[in-house]
Structure formats: C-alpha cells, structure tokens
Design a protein around this ligand. Sequence first.
Ligand code: MN
Length: 395
Amino acid sequence: MNMVRFAVLSDTHLGCVQLGLTQRFYDFINAFDEAISKIIDYKPDFVIHAGDLFDRAEVMPQAEAKAVAILKKLADAGIPLYIIAGNHDLGPSRYGTETRLDAFEMAGLLKVLGKEHLYIEELDTEIVGIPYLNERLVENRKVLLSVRPKRNAKCKILVIHQAIKGVINFQPSDVFVDLGEIPALGFDVVVSGHIHAPLARNVGNTTLIIPGSTERWSLDELEDKGIWFVEAGANGHVKAQFVKLNVRPVLHFEVDCTGLAPKDIAPMVKDKINEKIIPGAILRIVLTGKLREPGTVDLDDLEKQAIKRGALDVKIVNTLQSGDLFPGAVSIEEVSKDLSAFFKSCLVGLGYNEDVATRRATLMDYLVGALSGKEKPETILDLLLKKMGVGEGWK
Ligand SMILES: [Mn+2]
C-alpha cells in the first residue's frame, strides 16, 4: 500500500479586514486555525499551501502573530508545511521572490517552495512549487509550461498559484494556463491556488486540485469553504476528499417587489429577513421588480432592523426598475394629502424663503383645486381674494 497522505489548502488571506470589521479579521484567522486543527487530527505526512497565506505584502502585526501561533501548533505536531507565494504575498509590485514567508521559513515554521525541487526520500515524493507568475508577461507562460518532475518518484506534485482557463471564467489578461496543457507537465497532482472556489478533477493522468480560499474573501463567494485531504498511491492513483470549514454564513436573497406600492416593501422585506436570518450572518438583499407607483423605501431602517435581529452586516441593494421612480420621489397618495405642504417644500428647495414659499404654495394649491374641478372656480376666486384681503365687496 504505502499511500502518501497529505493535506492541501490555499488562499487563507490572513490579515484581511473585510468590511472594516474586527469580526471579519478574526474570521479569516479562525478559519485558518480550524483548518490547521483538522489537519493535525488527520496526521498527514505533510501539508501544501498554494499561496496567499497573507492578504497583503504588509499586514497588521496581529495577523502575523496569529499566523506564528497557529503554524507553531502544526510544527509542534511534527507536520511539515510546504508553501509558495501567491500574488497577495508578493504585494502589488510583484517583483522579486522575497516575501515575509522567508522569515517564517527561517523561524522553522514552513518551507518555501520554488528555489529547488523538493524530494522526500522516505515518501518517494517530489514536490515542485512555482510562486505566482504575473500572467501579463509572456515569458512567464514558458516558465510554467517547461516545468517537469526531475525524478520518476511515486508521487509527483506541482504547486502553482494561477488562474486556469477551462476551469473558471476570468478576464482575458488572466488567460495563462489552459486546463488541457496540464497533463503534459507530467505530475500526478497539480495544486493551484488563486481561484477561490474549490474543485478537484482529473485531467488526463493528472489530478488537479484547486483548494479554494478558507474564508469568503469576496462576499460573492457563496460556495462551501474548506481544505482537502489527499491520498496518493502508486501509478498516479489519487483520492482527494473535501473537508468543509465552519465559516460565517453569507446570505444573498432577492425580494421581488413587482406590483407593490412603496409602503408595502418594508413589511415584506422584514418578513423575509425574519424567515432567513441566521445569527451572525452577513446579509445581502436585492430589491427587484417594478413598483406600482413611485415612492421611497427607508432602506436604512430595514438595515438597522436586520442588525437588531442579529446580522453582522446588512446591505440592501435597490434595483427596482421604473422609468417613473426617481430618488426622493414620493407617492401621489402622499402628495395629495397635503398639496400646499408639498408645494412649499419644493419652493423652499428651490431657494424661496419660508414666507414667500407659504404664500405661493397656497395659491398653487387653490389653482390645482380649481383645475382639477374639485372646487368651483367661484369658490376658488372667493378664497383667493379673501387671502389677498379684498373681501366680499368686489362683486
Ligand atoms: Mn487569493
């Protein structure tokens, strides 16, 4: 038998402070901690991290201190960690290959792959790592496509941090490695970081494992987060098992408001929130459809309500389509309740002083009354003259 057993993870993005929230900083740390605890329980021969250990080339010292503490548990368990630098570890300049990962290597907490092919004799395993390559440089593509294992080891592993065409849709500038080019490299297992949605599949004789991120780095990442336990035997036989991590729930849902009046929206959204809420969840609610009439919805109030119900963060996105709906619009019902007050607020908004605005608004109110046939013209005239102080005597 003599299987090689290893764990694979990637894109831990330690130091990420999503939404500016302390809780989200700790979520990334906790996900990494949970991953390492599960790995220690699994007792693999080694661990592979496919890059983006940290979220930036420079993170808060707290993130580094936590990384040290967590990695020390792994080192104390006698399980080696092999890692490459991802684009986030390298920082925005992406020049050179020296990163803070080197300091962690000097401290004995991990080994950075890339300088040489690693051969583990007792496992007959060769591991080759290539740190993130800027996909805009054509020569980098050659670097990647010319990599081959040096030995005919029982288990040959390549670790990269690139987007792979054929696995996921991405920007043209990221087109770098084609899924179909992977088998010719001659490895049993190719592990790639960078893509945050996990996946394992066979491509020819190679097993491609994309570990995915351990937390939702973007709130659009709704898929499960986790790590992989891998068993590799002779003849390239590889078994990869996904192990889910317990990350904070992110709930996206839509509320269709078609045909509703603006005042009906809040109660409906509140019901939806009550029905779906999980304490501590991050909520993203999208209002869709077309309203029966123009009007405004107090989204701030709804967001506050959801926080009160235990959400960590809420954002309501208003995509209500309507030619007739514009920001700050009010319903006809609302306006006709007190027409003069409405006209007055419009006039004040245009820069008229209170006094002038009040008088003109009153006149406008009378005129609308007359034009709409609600009041007899004589009555309106009487009222106007009275307002102007002319009295009954004009007749
Ligand atoms: Mn990443």
